[in-house]
Design a protein around this ligand. Structure first.
Ligand SMILES: *Cc1c(COP(=O)(O)O)cnc(C)c1O
Length: 413
């Protein structure tokens, strides 16, 4: 039975503002915005190039994993760049995509959903639902009626070559996977298989190994599948991590799809990091220096969660043309603004040795899992987001809001 449920429209007070004030350089941003909030920077051109790279090299549909960076302007840029499918995981993500890219296709790729979220998704037109258990299958059937479902079974993978292993939390394996495929096949109008090789996967062979495993389990189950979803995990460059080119990943996938006899199926991928990672940065200000420790206005409870929690190193540079060329480079650790001792980022971050209070640092390649991870912990939060890049009309100068809580930029690109 289909639950009686009116699709709740997004609350009218949620503003999906897709415009950002534009600046020609980060130096300009810092000179113009005389405040001490961290500033999030979006490089539109870089995001467009990443979208183009995927759309032209992946032999199937490219869906953007919204959790990486749900900023309305970013969703809008990706949609305009040709990304027409979005991987959503929550009611809020569904509403944002519906508003900003009303024609886009959404896939609900969270394998564990609340019943309310399932109903909300169904009423919003979503038919593609991910799952990795019998109980979730029952939930989806009960909440939607099961007439026209495209079910995507998420397989678990052994730990692979990804910097961030995702094998522990989601994914069904072995006999359970076989049973779930058979049961889902009985009711699904379309059945797909998906996996996630782990985020920032450095080895293209991981995709080939996963596709081989799909073949094995599909044969054991003796079911036909209608689509293959090779997930996310595509890497970007960080200090100490230089991944193989995207083309190597595409070749590994294409070859494996042929080798394991899935060549006739529609393919989907779910990149997050690789679409937006290089297209964003955060500008942070040095509030105090103690030897090789820099106390900044942003940290692990802000956009730098991964720098602290998993010791991720990002490219850094001092903003402005100071003496940087003659200064020697030195290793620094960062401390964020909250009073929590976990607000610490070991680095090492290489910066000129004359860096001092008042300097601004650009922490780059933070477009994914950066601003998306912000909290309001201890009263520190910044919504200040601008776009930077060449050859676009420079936006009007907008004075920042006087408060520290959620000062938002209004303006035009
Ligand atoms: C987070 C996530 C992605 C994106 O992963 P990346 O490593 O950022 O590419 C894709 N699919 C699912 C289901 C996810 O949870």
């Amino acid at each position: 039975m289909t639950a009686m449920y009116a699709y709740a429209q997004p609350a009218p007070d949620i503003v999906y503002d897709t415009t950002l004030t534009h600046f020609s350089s980060v130096e300009d941003v810092v000179a113009t915005i005389a405040d001490d909030l961290p500033i999030h920077v979006i490089y539109k051109r870089t995001i467009e190039q990443a979208a183009h790279a995927f759309l032209t090299s992946f032999p199937g549909e490219v869906m953007y994993a919204v959790k990486c960076n749900p900023t309305p302007a970013v969703l809008d840029m990706l949609a305009r760049a040709g990304i027409s499918a979005f991987d959503v995981a929550s009611i809020e993500e569904i509403d944002a995509v519906r508003r900003i890219a009303p024609l886009a296709k959404m896939y609900f790729m969270h394998p564990v959903k609340s019943r309310k979220a399932i109903r909300h998704a169904y009423m919003a037109g979503i038919r593609d639902f991910s799952l990795d258990s019998q109980d979730e299958l029952v939930k989806i059937i009960e909440e939607t009626g099961a007439d026209d479902l495209s079910l995507v079974i998420r397989l678990g993978l052994p730990k692979g070559d990804a910097a961030l292993d995702l094998s522990g939390k989601f994914g069904v394996i072995g006999d359970e996977a076989v049973a779930l495929m058979r049961d889902a096949r009985k009711i699904a109008s379309s059945l797909a298989i998906s996996f996630h090789v782990g985020s920032q996967c450095m080895n293209p062979d991981s995709y080939a190994r996963a596709i081989a495993m799909v073949r094995e389990l599909v044969d054991q189950a003796g079911v036909d599948i209608d689509m293959l979803d090779v997930g996310g995990g595509f890497p970007v460059a960080y200090p100490g991590m230089t991944p193989p080119p995207l083309a190597d990943f595409m070749k590994a996938i294409t070859d494996a799809v042929e080798l394991y006899d899935f060549g006739h199926l529609p393919l989907v991928c779910e990149p997050g990091r690789a679409l937006v990672g290089e297209g964003g940065s955060v500008l942070v200000k040095v509030e105090l220096r103690k030897d090789d420790k820099l106390y900044l206005n942003d940290g692990t409870f802000g956009a730098l969660f991964d720098a602290g929690a998993i010791g991720w190193r990002y490219p850094v540079r001092v903003v402005g043309d100071r003496k940087q060329e003659d200064a020697k480079v030195q290793s620094f650790s960062f401390y964020g603004p909250t009073c929590d001792s976990m607000d610490y980022m070991e680095g090492p971050f290489l910066l000129p040795d004359d860096i001092e209070e008042g300097d601004w640092i650009e922490v780059s390649h933070l477009g994914a899992y950066g601003m998306a991870m912000r909290t309001r912990f201890n009263g520190f939060y910044s919504d200040l987001t601008v776009s930077v890049g060449p050859n676009e009309a420079t936006g009007a100068v907008i004075l920042p809001m006087p408060c520290h809580q959620g000062a938002a930029m209004a303006g035009t690109v």
